[in-house]
Design a protein around this ligand. Sequence first.
Ligand code: NDP
Length: 297
Amino acid sequence: MPAELISGTAVAARVREEVARDAAAVIARGVTPGLTVVLVGEDPASTVYVRSKEKACREAGMNGETIRLAADSAQEVLEALIDRLNADPAVHGILVQSPLPKHMDENAVVRRIRPEKDVDGFHPVNVGKTLIGEPDAFAPCTPAGVQELLRVAGIDTRGAHCVIVGRSNIVGKPMASLLIQQGADATVTICHSRTRDLASHTRQADILIAAVGRPSMITADMVKPGAVVIDVGINRVNDASAKGYHLEGDVDFAGVSQVASHITPVPGGVGPMTIAMLLRNTVRAAERTLERQAAGA
Ligand code: NDP
């Protein structure tokens, strides 16, 4: 029987409605939540992402601004800009769009952002707080979006064996951090390119999360019948269409949807959740500013 589809588009729309309500409540208290995205260079995919983040902010009633720097900008110029945004009370969230040009030190840039404004959740303070399970952590948006999808789809992670394929700092590792917390209570296995006999691990998954960046690499024979399959991958695959490419996930959707109980599509799965969670983090950042002001901090 074909798997039930988990629609990220539908869940993200609900999250964005909630965010708009929360933003309106913050605005009523005199503060408009604001996200500033910094784009260095003109990478076409990044330009599209940045534009959609700005538009999503506006649709939620928030301020969304993009600051563009030339691709050959010096590291010091970017860091000076971050310092200015750190000090700007109208900016609640700062996001520096990845990838940065090769001459820049991305780690130093992430560390420069004040953790209270790091709505991407990549600053080591937020990474640590997410792992510890502290409630004021900003969890990275993509894994937080996956968790929200599972929650809304009624998938119980408690006691489930979640196998994550991919150990990146933006998806795989924080995904594991979230799922091992008390409350989520999953048993987590993380696989990567050095994992021996990958399929022997993926076949044990009650919930399989693919974040690899290799089109359709998870095939039906790697999936336990009845498993929930979440496809984080977004891969551009060249084809003969007028556009010249199509988007494909890390999961062979046609095959795996015959075996899994639930599956996310690409596009329309995890992708829309990432922006929705970014908006949610930005509103939280603005709410915390108000709380700090009220506490006189
Ligand atoms: P990275 O390239 O940073 O990480 C990929 C991971 O996959 C690495 O840990 C790598 O292992 C592992 N890997 C590579 N090949 C294999 C293999 N043959 N078997 C097992 N593991 C393997 O990618 P990201 O985490 O940044 O992104 C993963 C995918 O998710 C991409 O398609 C990306 O476009 C998409 N993505 C989607 C987002 C969304 O909003 N939906 C947001 C972010 C990413 P090792 O560490 O050993 O190299």
